[in-house]
Design a protein around this ligand. Sequence first.
Ligand SMILES: [Zn+2]
Length: 334
Amino acid sequence: MILAALVAASALLTGGCRDSKDAAKNADRTAAAANAAPGAGARQRPEMHAEDFDPQPGTPPAMKISGQKAYQNLKDFVALGPRFLGSTGHAKAEQFILSRLAGAQVEEDKFSVDTAAGRFAMNNIIAKFPGKKDGIIVLAGHYDTNYPLKNTSFVGANDGGSDVGLMLEIASQLRSHPPEGYSIWLLFTDGEEATVAWTSADSVYGSKHLAKRWSEDGTAAKIKAFLLLDMIGDKDLDMDRDTNSTPWLAELVFRAAQRTGQASHFSGRNIPIEDDHLPFGAVGIPVVDLIDLDYGFDNIYHHTTQDTADKCSAASLQIAGDIVMESVRALNTR
Ligand SMILES: [Zn+2]
């Protein structure tokens, strides 16, 4: 009941200063997800608890990433221009990501899909860094920009740019420091954005496609954890605690934030968020969404041409990166 009231209140507040389409978008985006229920795969997994993963003194330190380099990646990426489905910017974005992943084991998951705005070719890009333990940790984020904003200068510096910037920095570190524990796969998803208006049908096209494939080919069962990064570049970083995430994994990430001294960059807000993690959660993979859905006062920059690199910072990418790497370190203790 409290949750429902909070979501309704936030929709009302948003509606007061944004157009009705955006108000609907935010309301839908935080609505309880019909497809969030764990799939059959979840039942085959042992029950997990975050406290079982806390690293003891003496375990190897988390890999250090550079927030400055992640931020430079973000700026280089958004300089390509808008990256909506079917655009030349989208093709450039694919080539940019592939060029920065040179030397890694890369898979392109290309497919076509009918969307609410017509048929589009999409491409999920996966960089695989083999580890020494049997199992996979997936770090994911989308690279497309919002399609309904295609006639504007929208470049999604935070929304689609921040996660790419950080993941490319992690890729660069993994090239010189291969994983000692589980394999790490960096997944750049396509078609996350709605093509007309956000619904469970008109969103996360790339993730729905790949989650189905990974469920069918047995990959899903090997994935220990799926950490989604979205809008983590906001200068004023205040991440939500998503109630659609797998509880033990969300708690593990929060504990990692406490250990790195960054727990204050989580807000006290517990809300259900619809994002790329849901299709993977639905096939039984433990998932967590690291997202700050409060970008500028009352989320005012989200899905506007104000979503530019100057609203993001190297410091925020450093914080998010440190939390992610500390989470990976914790996951590797089991
Ligand atoms: Zn978006």
